[in-house]
Design a protein around this ligand. Sequence first.
Ligand SMILES: Cc1cc2nc3c(=O)[nH]c(=O)nc-3n(C[C@H](O)[C@H](O)[C@H](O)COP(=O)(O)OP(=O)(O)OC[C@H]3O[C@@H](n4cnc5c(N)ncnc54)[C@H](O)[C@@H]3O)c2cc1C
Length: 377
Amino acid sequence: MRPISGIHMETVDTAIIGAGAIGLALARTLSADRSVVVLEQENRVGQHLSSRNSEVIHAGLYYPPGSLKSRLCLAGSKALYRYCEATGVPYRQCGKLLVAQKGQEAQLQQLHDNAEAVGAPALKRLSRTQWQQQEPWLNASEVLLSPGSGIFDSHSLLSQLQQDAHLNGALITLCHQVTRIECEPNDYRLLVADSNKQHFTLRCRQLILAAGLYNTSLLESAAGFPTDQVPEQRQARGNYFALSGRSPTRRLVYPMPEAHGLGVHLTVDMANQARFGPDVEWITPTLPPDYLINAERKSTFVDAVQQYWPDLNPDRLQPSYAGIRPKLYLQNKPLTDFLIQDVGSHGLSGMINLLGIESPGLTAALAIAEEVKGRLG
Ligand SMILES: Cc1cc2nc3c(=O)[nH]c(=O)nc-3n(C[C@H](O)[C@H](O)[C@H](O)COP(=O)(O)OP(=O)(O)OC[C@H]3O[C@@H](n4cnc5c(N)ncnc54)[C@H](O)[C@@H]3O)c2cc1C
């Protein structure tokens, strides 16, 4: 392989592109026994997907048996609860109510059966008297409680992972953007631009793409990477509206899931402030991503929320923030699972690409790191 433009070259065992939750979890795990550099283009960690989400620890109810999302969410939630407990990352296993309206009872039963089939923590059916006593504001036909669901402080998680990786000797470099990749098995060269637009080349034996929404565009221009292995990526924005004043509950409340999303749900944060969302808004893909919240969607939010909270006063909803889901397509068909590419798919040993890591990626982060470690060997 020829050196990129003959510029100053550094060498490392493992390079990770992206310091979101996935890149940082990987840095923590892999730096235990190898030299690791994380390259992050922004001036702070976790500025994209990892700070624009619901901060829910998912219990693995929705994903089909045998899928990566199912396996990694179940393992990841256990690992995340343990990690939060051990390190002091704030969390609360607050539980989640799954709410069916009239005509949706069969959908609720399917969720119950799927949770049982994948071995998720058991769902409890609440009687009408029980849920009306506990949540008198709620409108429903049937309600299941998921005791395994919870919330956590994602910013504290990112700091803790970063700190652990540092202690192991990993180098996390902010304001460093990878602008080009050249691939050969067990030999990767990255052209990196720093904040002064000075370039250097980083050479590594192992390369992990954990660049979230940017992964597919990096692969499209990667020399030596098979083009037929780059999936199409579309973007589905999720808008959030915050509730001013007191939350009606300290639990999570989810309606029945819809295509491409989990329905406009109510989540609370660690300060017990409630927010609603995310919805699903297909947008023209852009990089950098367009996080402008679409305030015009308020009326659809009000309609969706009033299904389970008829007394919601619409004046209490304010546009808050938005996140963007990376949605993968292969031959025009949606790929609903995570896509973890390794030598078996692209033929390049030492390279792992983490594609389509939408929800439940935060919950699964620690398990994804173990999975990647196993695949790298
Ligand atoms: C609306 C929404 C709600 C969600 N809610 C939940 C939830 O409640 N629970 C849950 O478990 N999961 C949730 N998720 C999923 C979760 O947020 C993601 O799976 C997770 O944050 C993905 O992290 P990441 O590290 O892959 O991506 P990111 O956090 O986006 O990190 C990628 C990093 O790569 C960097 N990068 C990109 N290109 C380059 C380059 N060329 N050079 C250097 N750096 C680069 C970026 O700057 C970025 O920091 C949600 C997602 C969305 C969109």
